[in-house]
Design a protein around this ligand. Structure first.
Ligand code: ADP
Ligand code: MG
Length: 310
């Protein structure tokens, strides 16, 4: 059987080409990938189908060259490859490794939903977490343990963490790092800056949408409520928003994280028990706190205020 290149030579001789086209097409047939494609598929390709596929072969070589030269291509992020489509030559575009890596990165980001959270959480990671004192060390260890047991024992309830510590010790940062770590294992987290969310909910009372918002948040596989206790809560936020979310999560056994400047004990007595109007309601506070204690374990973080000085 004659080789592919010989039959192509013969084929070209038999046709009366315009010299410009002749040069172009010779360049196309000289391409190594074109040659091996024709070789591999020689049983399925007639002379006629090769001729009809010349425009496609040309497109392939052209796009491939542009890609190699870093020039703008027809489909950025994709590389051309020759395929047979019902015995006709065609070019298919497959994602480059760079594009696949970028897509994986984007998917990772989408697994962390955040509402009114600071930007710093986007880049937070366990690797970058500074362990400059014992309590931070301890917090990171517990965070690591959570991720490990959550992955290993999917069928068992894993309580989240209640990070307690003063302003700037890195509570929000650690929550972000946990969410980003979980994202690597396909776990979706919703992070909420609770005081901002409370204001948003209050403003939304009129538009009948608050129920839907609570609904979507309470079902998140992992939920993080950041900075609870930073602002005074109305009884409505405490009982009909926070209470409803926590009740659902307790019943469904869904891990929930908190961060606060208050310890659990102080959060209950100094914050939850006294509403915005100054009414003292220790029983309502106790109910909420029972749910929080079920959902999360308290971890104290101490250390310097790490916030950059303004
Ligand atoms: P908190 O929520 O406890 O008030 P933040 O998480 O906002 O504190 O942290 C304060 C600042 O310190 C932020 O700018 C954050 O990026 C930085 N930071 C906190 N913890 C770490 C850490 N372990 N490693 C690197 N940067 C950190
Ligand atoms: Mg914070």
């Amino acid at each position: 059987m004659e080789s592919v290149s010989e039959s192509i030579k013969k084929m070209m001789k038999s046709r009366n080409f315009d010299p410009e086209y002749q040069k172009l097409i010779e360049h196309v047939y000289a391409d190594k990938d074109v040659q091996s494609f024709l070789q591999v598929n020689q049983d399925k390709l007639s002379e006629n189908s090769i001729m009809r596929g010349e425009a496609k072969l040309y497109e392939f070589v052209n796009e491939k060259t542009k890609l190699a030269r870093n020039e703008a291509t027809f489909a950025p992020g994709y590389r051309p490859t020759l395929v047979l489509n019902k015995n006709l030559i065609d070019v298919s575009y497959v994602p480059t490794n760079e594009l696949l890596a970028q897509q994986a990165q984007t998917a990772l980001k989408h697994r962390v939903r955040s509402i009114s959270m600071p930007k710093l959480i986007k880049s937070a990671s366990f690797d970058q977490f500074d362990m400059d004192n014992a309590s931070r060390n301890q917090a990171l260890m517990q965070a690591n343990e959570f991720v490990a047991s959550y992955r290993q024992h999917k069928d068992q309830f894993q309580p989240g963490l209640y990070l307690y510590g003063s302003f700037g010790v890195g509570k929000t940062y650690l929550l972000g790092a946990i969410a980003n770590e979980l994202a690597k294992y396909n776990v979706t987290t919703t992070m909420i800056h609770f005081p901002s969310f409370a204001v948003e909910m209050k403003n939304a009372i009129g538009d009948n949408n608050t129920g839907n918002k609570i609904e979507s948040i309470k079902k998140s596989p992992i939920l993080m409520l950041d900075d609870i206790g930073a602002d005074a809560m109305s009884a409505w936020i405490r009982d009909d928003v926070l209470g409803v979310i926590l009740e659902y999560r307790m019943q469904a056994e869904l891990p929930t994280f908190f961060s606060s400047n208050f310890s659990m004990t102080d959060f209950e007595s100094e914050h939850l028990a006294v509403n915005q109007r100054g009414d003292v309601e220790p029983l309502k506070a106790k109910r909420i706190m029972e749910r929080i204690r079920f959902l999360a374990r308290e971890v104290t973080m101490t250390g310097d205020n790490r916030r950059p000085k303004a």
